[in-house]
Design a protein around this ligand. Structure first.
Ligand SMILES: Cc1cc2nc3c(=O)[nH]c(=O)nc-3n(C[C@H](O)[C@H](O)[C@H](O)COP(=O)(O)O)c2cc1C
Length: 315
């Protein structure tokens, strides 16, 4: 059992509205979700379609959502935060972790850490616009070097942030190599704001190891681990494996129906399903066979036929 706070990480193209709706209809264990990033825009108006994924009326009940912004211009950040406030959101997160070179090189995402003055201007704007304890930042250890966050930490600590969420990899690592727990520990020791750990929690054992190593951390964010095993948050709460094939099948039928309802055709639907199954397949004993068969399907019927023909057993 744990009373830790467990949040769903933002995974653009994966943990969007449909995923969160299906999750909440069949699974449990999450306290909140951070939505995949929305980029700041030029001008003074945010088109409603940009905010469609965070439209409050369609969000699942019981899973509070924190929108996330990516950008580097404090004025544009204010415009986006006001639009989000108009929708009713009081808390928003700033993406300072996106590792893609075309994002980071332009000073956005992980690149925000590079320019101290601009980083401070963004934090200032966010905290001023939302008030104390409502703006947060999601960061990596650095861009090329894993010491950059430690250097920037004093700047972050000057602002009344809701939290700092740390994914202990550099941007250069993308999602490869291992998380650096020693570097996270150093941040943990120096951080006087609430701190969330994020990265590579894939099993109950991973969570148990991390929570034993970092007893002062009570906030955990999980992304790929929950996509691969939607029971993970629940299993962490229960302290045991709670996977159940009937519930998995019901969840999967539901998410498939939600994707289908919103996809203009099989091509778009299969895009969503293949992305989802690239995470799910390795959790099954028949993972390689499943993935090799699923990835070459061209229609919904073919996709569903593969899932009917290959019996699913978790590893
Ligand atoms: C496909 C994909 C999309 C992502 N999109 C976002 C995003 O929109 N905002 C963000 O802060 N992080 C994003 N991330 C990073 C995740 O939120 C998370 O930090 C990372 O996957 C490590 O956590 P995990 O090991 O629990 O998945 C993304 C990661 C992946 C793999």
């Amino acid at each position: 059992m744990t009373n830790a706070t467990i949040s769903l990480a933002p995974l653009r193209g994966v943990t969007g509205l449909r995923f969160r709706q299906a999750f909440q209809a069949h699974m449990s264990g999450l306290d909140l979700a951070v939505a995949p990033f929305i980029a700041t825009v030029q001008g003074d108006r945010v088109k409603p379609e940009i905010l469609r994924g965070i439209e409050p009326s369609v969000q699942p009940k019981g899973l509070p959502l924190i929108p996330q912004v990516i950008g580097k211009d404090a004025r544009q950040l204010r415009v986006m935060l006001r639009a989000m406030k108009e929708l009713g959101y009081t808390q928003v997160d700033l993406n300072s972790g996106c590792p893609w070179p075309f994002v980071a090189k332009k000073g956005r995402g992980a690149g925000l850490l590079r320019d101290e003055a601009n980083l401070a201007a963004m934090l200032e704007a966010g905290c001023e616009e939302l008030g104390e304890g409502n703006f947060s930042i999601k960061v990596r250890l650095g861009i090329e070097e894993k010491t950059l966050l430690a250097k920037r930490l004093p700047i972050l600590l000057r602002y009344p942030l809701r939290e700092i969420c740390v994914h202990p990899r550099t941007a250069k690592q993308m999602y490869e190599g291992s998380v650096d727990l020693d570097a996270f520990e150093r941040i943990c020791e120096a951080c006087t704001l609430p701190l969330t750990y994020n990265g590579d929690i894939r099993t109950l054992e991973d969570y148990q190891m991390l929570s034993a190593r970092f007893p002062t951390v009570s906030r955990w964010m999980i992304g790929r681990g929950i996509v691969a095993n939607p029971f993970l948050a629940e299993s962490i709460r229960a302290g045991k494996d709670t996977r159940d094939m009937a519930r998995f099948q019901a969840w999967h039928a539901d998410i498939l129906a939600r994707y289908a309802e919103n996809a203009p055709g099989d091509h778009a639907l299969l895009g969503h399903l293949k992305e989802l199954w690239s995470y799910l397949a390795p959790t099954f004993k028949q993972g390689d066979q499943l993935w090799n068969s699923l990835k070459i399907t061209r229609t919904r019927d073919e996709f569903e036929r593969v899932l009917r023909l290959i019996p699913l057993q978790w590893r």
